[in-house]
Design a protein around this ligand. Sequence first.
Ligand code: PLP
Length: 280
Amino acid sequence: RIAYVNGRFQRHDLAAVHIEDRGFQFADAIYEVWAVRKGELLDAEGHFDRLDRSLGELRIAHPVTRAALTIVIRELIRRNRIGDGLVYLQISRGRARRDHGFPPPGTRPTLVLTTKRLDLDAVAGRAAQGVSVISVPDQRWARCDIKTVNLLPNTLAKQAARDAGAYEAWQVDADGFVTEGTSSNAWILTADGALVTRPADHAILHGITRATLIRVATSAGYRLEERPFTIAEALEAREAFLTSATNFVMPVTRIDGRPVANGEPGSVSAELRQAYLAAV
Ligand code: PLP
């Protein structure tokens, strides 16, 4: 396997960044994930746009142009022979002697790229079954809209889900509203047929799958309500699902051990999953 680190393709097992990298010391870094299907990036531009926004919000200089990055990513997919999978990108503010303030101007950001194979048939199988989620308090910071590697609360919440035999954790804010999953956005379909998902505020990552599905669903005639919802409302809903680049649309059939509707994946989730896949 091959990774890309600061301008070089390297053997994945030997690829490394410096101990004084700010990503390592301060989580002073952003990341991005593209799904790859049949060797092609899905929703490529949306993820590139979000990458630019994340860098801008943290005032990290873009290490390469989008055109150059696209070439590198394609080459990495080729070298790793990725059919279905994902590309992971991380950019940190770079390497500097440890000091909380930004490093001197001219410090070169660290750029890392890796790939991973994914079994999309297994993902489809999971979608046919539906997944369980648990609810946990949202313990993250006030700018979850920036895709930073500051993910400790997300990892703790995901592990809590695994320990409970669940697939994902839905994080709940201080007012009792679901923000999002640890690595996915949260949705419900109400009894009267409205799709509900939290507005793209500072409390959630602005999912690219979320944005694309909003376009797909509204043009298919679904009514969209961008508003927060509670776990109680989700348990009363007709359907619930989550979205992310690698899950696409994933039906949620149990929340905190209780069934959503009859506990089976719903027809709208399945239809939206197909419509999303057709669109990307
Ligand atoms: N929310 C969080 C916290 C995430 O980490 C992710 C992505 O992994 C998402 C939502 C979904 O975003 P996207 O659809 O762009 O993958």
